[in-house]
Design a protein around this ligand. Structure first.
Ligand code: HPA
Length: 276
């Protein structure tokens, strides 16, 4: 079955349950899922009730596709995502965001938890992604190209939408939120980084390291959908002396920053809903 045929099946299954015409898509990363529960007129469909959407088994990733409004804008929200390191194919990993594109969204806002690589940045800081390094050794577009999705050789010169980035800075300024901007190093995981890998990533110019996002961004740019990405620095990459990183810390930091993330996302959704 082709990617397009699978997308059609997922879309039809969704439209049997909800009559949604979302303008903006949101993917909620580790510990950030509860945002979806704040949508007005919330309608939730479990991934397990839809064809081709893999459930995440990672703590903090609920596994629901959520529909509703935020600041008057129709939104589709992935409450939890599946990761490549769980053993899912990359096509499965990006199926949710491709489905959002097929539902007609003009922008997708990706959120994620990351390890910080800049010594002067704090744990708990938020960062808008300006660009990525795909260091997963994988690319979701490898294989026959589905021309109905996009071109064989998509360009990635402005993968993270400049307008969305500047809007994010404006929201942060208005709301008094510290917002960094930088480069996301996408790794396959699931190991956290070794000290040598942390030094390598710093030398390469990355500001944060994470285990999601890059393939979703690639799949969305292939389909010419605008992408914005917001990272929550949940820990120091590689940990600190005597404090190695762990998933519980990632979850806890992300949870503690939910309020700021909610504020950022609401403003971002409102502005993204006005973009064509
Ligand atoms: N490294 C990679 N991915 C992550 C980290 C990290 O330190 N923290 C949260 N996601």
């Amino acid at each position: 079955m082709t990617v397009s045929a699978r997308l059609e099946e997922t879309k039809n299954a969704i439209l049997k349950r909800v009559s949604a015409k979302p303008r903006v898509g949101v993917v909620l990363g580790s510990g950030l899922g509860p945002f979806a529960d704040t949508l007005e007129g919330l309608q939730k469909i479990s991934y397990s009730e839809l064809p081709h959407l893999p459930a995440s088994r990672v703590l903090g990733h609920a596994g629901n596709l959520c529909f509703g409004k935020a600041r008057g804008v129709e939104v589709v929200c992935m409450q939890g995502r599946a990761h490549f390191y769980e053993g899912h194919s990359l096509d499965s990993v990006v199926h949710g965001v491709r489905t959002m594109a097929r539902l007609g969204v003009s922008a997708v806002l990706l959120t994620n938890a990351v390890g910080g690589l800049v010594p002067t940045w704090g744990v708990g800081d938020l960062m808008v992604v300006s660009d990525h390094l795909n260091l997963t050794g994988q690319n979701v577009l490898i294989g026959p190209n589905d021309e109905s999705l996009g071109t064989r050789f998509p360009e990635m010169s402005e993968a993270y939408d400049p307008e969305l980035r500047s809007i994010a800075h404006q929201i942060a300024k208005d709301k008094g939120i510290t917002l960094r901007e930088g480069i996301y190093a996408g790794l396959s995981g699931p190991c956290f980084e070794t000290p040598a890998e942390v030094r390598m990533l710093q030398i390469l110019g990355a500001h944060v390291a994470g285990m999601s996002t890059v393939q979703e961004c690639i799949a969305l740019r292939h389909m010419r959908v605008r992408v914005g990405a917001l990272s929550c620095i949940t820990n120091v990459a590689g940990g600190t002396e005597g404090n190695p990183p762990n998933h519980l810390e990632v979850e806890e930091t992300a949870r503690a920053k939910r309020g700021e993330l909610q504020t950022m996302l609401e403003g971002w959704i409102e502005a993204a809903g006005r973009l064509s």
